[in-house]
Design a protein around this ligand. Sequence first.
Ligand code: C5P
Length: 234
Amino acid sequence: MKKLEMLYEGKAKKVFKTEDEKKYIVEYKDDATAFNGLKKGTIGDKGVINNKMSALLFKLLEEKGVPTHFEELLNDREMLVKAVEILPLEVIVRNVAAGSLAKRLGLEEGVEMKTTVLEFCYKNDDLGDPMINDDHIEAIALATKEQVALIRSYAFQVNHLLKEFFIDKGLKLIDFKLEFGVYDGKVILADEISPDTCRLWDAETNKKMDKDRFRRDLGEVEETYQEVLSRLQK
Ligand code: C5P
Protein backbone atom coordinates (compact mmCIF):
# COMPACT_ATOMS: atom_id res chain seq x y z
CA MET A 1 0.00 0.00 0.00
CA LYS A 2 1.42 3.40 -1.04
CA LYS A 3 1.58 6.43 1.24
CA LEU A 4 -0.25 9.45 -0.17
CA GLU A 5 -0.85 12.90 1.36
CA MET A 6 0.06 13.37 5.02
CA LEU A 7 -3.12 14.02 6.98
CA TYR A 8 -1.65 14.78 10.34
CA GLU A 9 1.66 15.09 12.11
CA GLY A 10 1.59 14.74 15.87
CA LYS A 11 4.28 14.64 18.51
CA ALA A 12 5.08 10.97 18.02
CA LYS A 13 3.37 9.92 14.79
CA LYS A 14 2.48 10.87 11.25
CA VAL A 15 -0.71 9.68 9.57
CA PHE A 16 -0.97 9.28 5.79
CA LYS A 17 -3.82 8.64 3.41
CA THR A 18 -3.47 5.60 1.15
CA GLU A 19 -4.95 4.50 -2.19
CA ASP A 20 -7.69 2.84 -0.15
CA GLU A 21 -9.81 5.61 1.36
CA LYS A 22 -10.72 3.34 4.27
CA LYS A 23 -7.11 2.76 5.33
CA TYR A 24 -4.39 4.99 6.73
CA ILE A 25 -0.68 4.40 7.26
CA VAL A 26 0.69 5.43 10.67
CA GLU A 27 4.42 6.19 10.86
CA TYR A 28 5.96 6.17 14.33
CA LYS A 29 8.68 8.76 15.05
CA ASP A 30 11.54 8.83 17.54
CA ASP A 31 10.55 12.32 18.75
CA ALA A 32 9.51 12.52 22.35
CA THR A 33 7.72 15.34 24.13
CA ALA A 34 6.43 15.74 27.65
CA PHE A 35 4.53 18.30 29.72
CA ASN A 36 2.38 19.35 26.76
CA GLY A 37 5.39 19.91 24.50
CA LEU A 38 7.53 21.88 26.98
CA LYS A 39 10.16 19.13 27.12
CA LYS A 40 11.41 17.87 23.77
CA GLY A 41 13.89 15.20 22.75
CA THR A 42 14.35 12.00 20.84
CA ILE A 43 14.52 8.43 22.03
CA GLY A 44 16.60 6.23 19.70
CA ASP A 45 14.44 3.72 17.83
CA LYS A 46 11.37 4.60 19.90
CA GLY A 47 9.35 4.66 16.68
CA VAL A 48 10.34 1.10 15.85
CA ILE A 49 9.62 -0.14 19.37
CA ASN A 50 6.27 1.62 19.71
CA ASN A 51 5.16 0.42 16.27
CA LYS A 52 6.02 -3.20 17.05
CA MET A 53 4.64 -3.10 20.59
CA SER A 54 1.37 -1.48 19.50
CA ALA A 55 0.97 -4.07 16.73
CA LEU A 56 1.54 -6.91 19.16
CA LEU A 57 -0.93 -5.53 21.71
CA PHE A 58 -3.61 -4.56 19.19
CA LYS A 59 -3.46 -8.12 17.78
CA LEU A 60 -3.82 -9.58 21.25
CA LEU A 61 -6.77 -7.33 22.10
CA GLU A 62 -8.50 -7.99 18.77
CA GLU A 63 -8.19 -11.75 19.38
CA LYS A 64 -9.84 -11.26 22.77
CA GLY A 65 -12.78 -9.37 21.29
CA VAL A 66 -11.79 -5.68 21.52
CA PRO A 67 -12.19 -4.04 18.09
CA THR A 68 -9.11 -2.01 17.10
CA HIS A 69 -7.94 0.05 14.14
CA PHE A 70 -4.97 -2.27 13.54
CA GLU A 71 -4.77 -3.98 10.14
CA GLU A 72 -1.15 -5.03 9.61
CA LEU A 73 2.46 -4.22 10.40
CA LEU A 74 4.05 -2.86 7.19
CA ASN A 75 7.67 -2.40 8.27
CA ASP A 76 9.74 -1.31 11.29
CA ARG A 77 8.08 2.09 11.61
CA GLU A 78 4.74 1.79 9.84
CA MET A 79 1.43 0.06 10.33
CA LEU A 80 -1.72 -0.03 8.23
CA VAL A 81 -4.82 0.95 10.16
CA LYS A 82 -8.52 1.57 9.57
CA ALA A 83 -9.28 5.18 8.64
CA VAL A 84 -11.00 6.10 11.90
CA GLU A 85 -12.24 9.50 12.91
CA ILE A 86 -10.54 10.03 16.27
CA LEU A 87 -12.78 11.11 19.14
CA PRO A 88 -11.10 14.07 20.92
CA LEU A 89 -10.81 12.20 24.21
CA GLU A 90 -7.94 10.78 26.19
CA VAL A 91 -9.19 7.83 28.18
CA ILE A 92 -6.94 7.20 31.16
CA VAL A 93 -7.16 4.03 33.23
CA ARG A 94 -5.37 3.78 36.59
CA ASN A 95 -4.62 0.78 38.78
CA VAL A 96 -1.97 2.39 41.00
CA ALA A 97 -1.48 6.05 41.98
CA ALA A 98 1.21 7.75 39.90
CA GLY A 99 1.84 10.89 37.86
CA SER A 100 -0.84 13.55 37.79
CA LEU A 101 -3.27 11.56 39.96
CA ALA A 102 -0.75 11.13 42.77
CA LYS A 103 -0.03 14.87 42.61
CA ARG A 104 -3.68 15.97 42.39
CA LEU A 105 -4.89 13.80 45.27
CA GLY A 106 -1.76 14.02 47.42
CA LEU A 107 -1.08 10.29 47.22
CA GLU A 108 2.26 8.60 47.31
CA GLU A 109 3.20 7.02 43.97
CA GLY A 110 2.70 3.28 44.14
CA VAL A 111 -0.44 3.29 46.31
CA GLU A 112 -2.80 0.66 44.91
CA MET A 113 -6.26 1.98 43.97
CA LYS A 114 -9.09 0.13 45.76
CA THR A 115 -10.94 0.06 42.45
CA THR A 116 -9.85 0.90 38.91
CA VAL A 117 -10.11 4.60 38.09
CA LEU A 118 -11.12 5.86 34.65
CA GLU A 119 -10.61 9.50 33.68
CA PHE A 120 -11.47 11.42 30.55
CA CYS A 121 -9.46 14.35 29.24
CA TYR A 122 -10.48 16.64 26.40
CA LYS A 123 -7.77 16.27 23.74
CA ASN A 124 -6.96 19.90 23.12
CA ASP A 125 -3.35 21.16 23.20
CA ASP A 126 -4.36 24.84 23.58
CA LEU A 127 -6.29 24.02 26.74
CA GLY A 128 -3.67 21.56 28.03
CA ASP A 129 -5.98 18.51 27.74
CA PRO A 130 -8.25 19.34 30.72
CA MET A 131 -9.94 16.56 32.65
CA ILE A 132 -13.67 16.33 31.93
CA ASN A 133 -16.52 14.05 32.96
CA ASP A 134 -19.25 12.18 31.10
CA ASP A 135 -21.62 15.16 31.37
CA HIS A 136 -19.11 17.54 29.76
CA ILE A 137 -18.54 15.05 26.95
CA GLU A 138 -22.25 14.92 26.19
CA ALA A 139 -22.84 18.63 26.78
CA ILE A 140 -20.25 19.77 24.26
CA ALA A 141 -20.97 16.85 21.92
CA LEU A 142 -17.53 15.23 21.98
CA ALA A 143 -19.23 11.82 21.97
CA THR A 144 -22.70 10.41 22.59
CA LYS A 145 -23.85 8.76 25.81
CA GLU A 146 -23.85 5.38 24.04
CA GLN A 147 -20.31 5.93 22.76
CA VAL A 148 -19.11 6.88 26.25
CA ALA A 149 -20.68 3.73 27.72
CA LEU A 150 -18.95 1.60 25.09
CA ILE A 151 -15.61 3.35 25.61
CA ARG A 152 -15.83 2.73 29.35
CA SER A 153 -16.55 -0.92 28.86
CA TYR A 154 -13.75 -1.40 26.29
CA ALA A 155 -11.28 0.52 28.49
CA PHE A 156 -11.96 -1.77 31.48
CA GLN A 157 -11.71 -4.83 29.24
CA VAL A 158 -8.38 -3.61 27.84
CA ASN A 159 -7.14 -3.03 31.39
CA HIS A 160 -8.07 -6.53 32.44
CA LEU A 161 -6.41 -8.14 29.40
CA LEU A 162 -3.26 -6.03 29.45
CA LYS A 163 -2.72 -6.32 33.21
CA GLU A 164 -2.74 -10.10 32.86
CA PHE A 165 -0.49 -10.08 29.81
CA PHE A 166 2.07 -7.67 31.30
CA ILE A 167 2.34 -9.36 34.69
CA ASP A 168 3.21 -12.57 32.90
CA LYS A 169 6.17 -10.63 31.43
CA GLY A 170 7.25 -9.26 34.81
CA LEU A 171 5.64 -5.85 34.33
CA LYS A 172 3.00 -4.10 36.47
CA LEU A 173 0.50 -2.00 34.53
CA ILE A 174 0.22 1.14 36.66
CA ASP A 175 -1.85 3.31 34.30
CA PHE A 176 -2.30 4.01 30.61
CA LYS A 177 -4.02 6.21 28.07
CA LEU A 178 -6.25 5.04 25.22
CA GLU A 179 -7.84 6.83 22.31
CA PHE A 180 -10.87 5.67 20.38
CA GLY A 181 -12.17 6.44 16.92
CA VAL A 182 -15.30 5.89 14.86
CA TYR A 183 -15.15 3.61 11.83
CA ASP A 184 -18.22 2.54 9.85
CA GLY A 185 -20.31 4.10 12.60
CA LYS A 186 -18.71 1.95 15.30
CA VAL A 187 -16.40 2.88 18.17
CA ILE A 188 -13.05 1.07 17.96
CA LEU A 189 -9.73 1.35 19.80
CA ALA A 190 -7.17 3.49 17.93
CA ASP A 191 -3.88 5.38 18.43
CA GLU A 192 -1.07 3.37 20.10
CA ILE A 193 -0.24 1.35 23.20
CA SER A 194 3.43 1.72 24.10
CA PRO A 195 5.82 2.83 26.86
CA ASP A 196 4.89 6.38 25.75
CA THR A 197 1.27 5.84 26.76
CA CYS A 198 1.51 3.31 29.61
CA ARG A 199 3.23 3.34 32.97
CA LEU A 200 4.93 -0.01 33.43
CA TRP A 201 6.97 -0.92 36.49
CA ASP A 202 9.19 -3.94 36.88
CA ALA A 203 7.15 -6.42 38.95
CA GLU A 204 10.07 -7.23 41.29
CA THR A 205 11.99 -3.98 41.65
CA ASN A 206 9.34 -1.35 40.74
CA LYS A 207 11.86 0.14 38.29
CA LYS A 208 10.07 2.53 35.93
CA MET A 209 10.04 0.96 32.46
CA ASP A 210 8.27 3.71 30.51
CA LYS A 211 8.29 7.33 29.39
CA ASP A 212 8.76 8.56 32.95
CA ARG A 213 12.46 7.76 32.37
CA PHE A 214 12.43 10.53 29.75
CA ARG A 215 10.03 12.87 31.58
CA ARG A 216 12.03 12.70 34.82
CA ASP A 217 15.54 12.32 33.36
CA LEU A 218 16.04 8.90 34.94
CA GLY A 219 18.49 7.68 32.28
CA GLU A 220 18.59 4.36 30.38
CA VAL A 221 15.64 5.51 28.29
CA GLU A 222 16.41 3.66 25.01
CA GLU A 223 17.57 0.53 26.83
CA THR A 224 14.38 0.38 28.87
CA TYR A 225 12.10 0.75 25.84
CA GLN A 226 14.06 -2.09 24.15
CA GLU A 227 13.81 -4.21 27.28
CA VAL A 228 10.02 -3.81 27.42
CA LEU A 229 9.60 -4.88 23.80
CA SER A 230 11.91 -7.86 24.15
CA ARG A 231 10.05 -9.04 27.28
CA LEU A 232 6.73 -8.80 25.43
CA GLN A 233 8.07 -10.74 22.45
CA LYS A 234 9.18 -13.68 24.62
O1 C5P B 1 0.28 12.30 33.43
P1 C5P B 1 -0.71 11.34 33.94
O2 C5P B 1 -0.34 10.73 35.26
O3 C5P B 1 -2.11 11.89 33.95
O4 C5P B 1 -0.73 10.13 32.87
C1 C5P B 1 -1.52 8.98 33.06
C2 C5P B 1 -1.19 7.96 31.97
O5 C5P B 1 -1.62 8.42 30.70
C3 C5P B 1 0.31 7.69 31.83
O6 C5P B 1 0.51 6.32 31.52
C4 C5P B 1 0.72 8.55 30.64
O7 C5P B 1 1.81 7.98 29.95
C5 C5P B 1 -0.54 8.54 29.80
N1 C5P B 1 -0.73 9.80 29.03
C6 C5P B 1 -0.49 9.84 27.66
N2 C5P B 1 -0.69 10.99 26.96
C7 C5P B 1 -1.10 12.11 27.57
C8 C5P B 1 -1.34 12.11 28.96
C9 C5P B 1 -1.14 10.93 29.67
O8 C5P B 1 -0.14 8.80 27.08
N3 C5P B 1 -1.27 13.21 26.85
